[in-house]
Write a protein that binds this ligand. Structure first.
Ligand code: APR
Ligand code: PHB
Length: 388
């Protein structure tokens, strides 16, 4: 089999790239290790920046997002029981949209099925060959047979645990990492959200987040230790831990109910540099991870895909490699700023240290954030997404 771009991974990065390339007449095949059902069962963050919305529209799969997505003009931050609002609209003129990543993945999958572009699900033992040569290829096993896919380029969109980044010689890649000593325990429930806007909570008991997927479906998180076992968290225990962290109004409005999903995610910051190795280009979680505070993961994946799709289009339509040659540098410039913002928000809002000086620094910084228009504006412009 032969294609122009072999895409490894059918998460949002791989699917979005495939859709954009197809629109411009560039052939691509996606190889995904899991089944489609498994990919759609993963629950992830749900806040998207305007630039991400625009890209989903450009890919031609934005109809359901515009129908069901909730526009948020601001966000609330609750510090030790007192809520403060930061208006994105007033400070930046922009908003964000709340629309689950799982829904975006579904829309992209449906879009791909509609155009009949090939995706091989349950593709095992994917291996990348000759990435530094003129004729790269990918081998894999599917339906009990061995296959070989010849291509011009490989897009490694296979997430943090994927094979693409690991296929690069260790001396060609540098990893930068920060592991936080905490995780998020998340619950999804068919109950109305406590507030029309997200509430990020700083509290002596630890961080919490009240988010949502729709007017009838809520997503809540509380900070937990990494040693925590999700089995030890019956729903009642979760609600009892969440309640004291909220302000009075939110506590009164909180509707509890059975969870429909519950999971623990560790918090990590990670960047691998560069993002291009010969004919292999990394995009999304394959190249970088952010902690979920600030919801930048999907938005960064979309930002990489924007640069990469434009670079491929330029290569095939204008016979220019300028975009491909600059891909890594351009993508990383935006990646590092989102890494900084996610790290900063994580350090600001979580209970990380018993050192009272560090706790006072968090409170001073939060007070400054609410009182200073400059500080609020800096927060808002990062939250809604920095320009490309
Ligand atoms: N071969 C084929 N596919 C693979 C392999 C492999 N060896 N390893 C992983 N994959 C697949 C995974 O099963 C997954 O479906 O690659 C896909 C990667 O998808 P994501 O992990 O969703 O990564 P990405 O598309 O970059 O999306 C980034 O998703 O994880 C969130 O926080 C992240 O919001 C961000 C967004
Ligand atoms: C979510 O709704 O899952 C969510 C929202 C905001 C975040 C992280 C996760 O910062």
């Amino acid at each position: 089999m032969r294609t122009q771009v072999a895409i490894i991974g059918a998460g949002p990065a791989g699917l979005l790239l495939g859709q954009l390339l197809h629109k411009h007449g560039i052939d691509n095949v996606i190889l995904e290790r899991q089944t489609g059902e498994y990919v759609l069962s993963r629950i992830r963050a749900g806040v998207i920046e305007k630039v991400c919305i625009d890209l989903i529209d450009e890919a031609g799969v934005g109809a359901r997002m515009h129908q069901d997505g909730l526009i948020h003009d601001g966000v609330q931050i609750c510090v030790d029981g007192v809520r403060h609002r930061i208006s994105f609209k007033d400070l930046t003129g922009k908003s964000v949209m709340v629309y689950g990543q799982t829904e975006i993945t579904k829309d992209l999958m449906d879009g791909r099925a509609a155009i009949g572009a090939p995706t091989v699900y349950a593709a095992y033992d994917v291996a990348l060959h000759n990435i530094f040569g003129e004729t790269p290829h990918v081998t894999y096993r599917a339906d009990g047979k061995n296959h070989e896919l010849q291509c011009d380029f490989i897009a490694g969109c296979d997430g943090f645990h994927g094979i693409s980044r690991k296929s690069v010689p260790p001396n060609a890649i540098t990893a930068h990492e920060r592991v936080y000593p905490l995780g998020w325990l998340g619950v999804l429930s068919d109950t109305p959200p406590v507030s029309e806007e997200l509430i990020y909570v700083h509290h002596p008991l630890g961080f919490a987040l009240c988010s949502m997927r729709s007017p009838t479906r809520s997503r809540y998180y509380i900070q937990c230790s990494l040693a925590e076992d999700v089995e030890a968290w019956p729903d009642e225990r979760f609600w009892e831990e969440l309640k004291p962290r909220l302000d009075d109004e939110a506590r009164e409005r909180l509707v509890t109910g059975p969870s429909i999903e519950k999971s623990i995610a560790p918090l990590r910051s990670f960047v691998a540099e560069p993002m291009r190795f010969g004919r292999l280009f990394l995009a999304g979680d394959a190249a970088h991870i952010v902690p979920p505070t600030g919801a930048k993961g999907l938005n960064l994946a979309a930002s990489d895909v924007r640069y990469l799709s434009h670079a491929f289009i330029e290569h095939y339509k204008e016979k220019s490699n300028a975009g491909l040659d600059r891909y890594s540098e351009r993508a990383l410039a935006r990646v590092w700023k989102a890494e900084r913002f996610s790290w900063w928000m994580t350090m600001l809002l979580h209970k990380i240290s018993d050192n009272t000086f560090e706790q006072k620094m968090q409170l001073a910084e939060l007070d400054y954030l609410f009182r200073s228009k400059a500080a609020s504006t800096a927060f808002a412009e990062n939250y809604v997404g920095l320009p490309y």
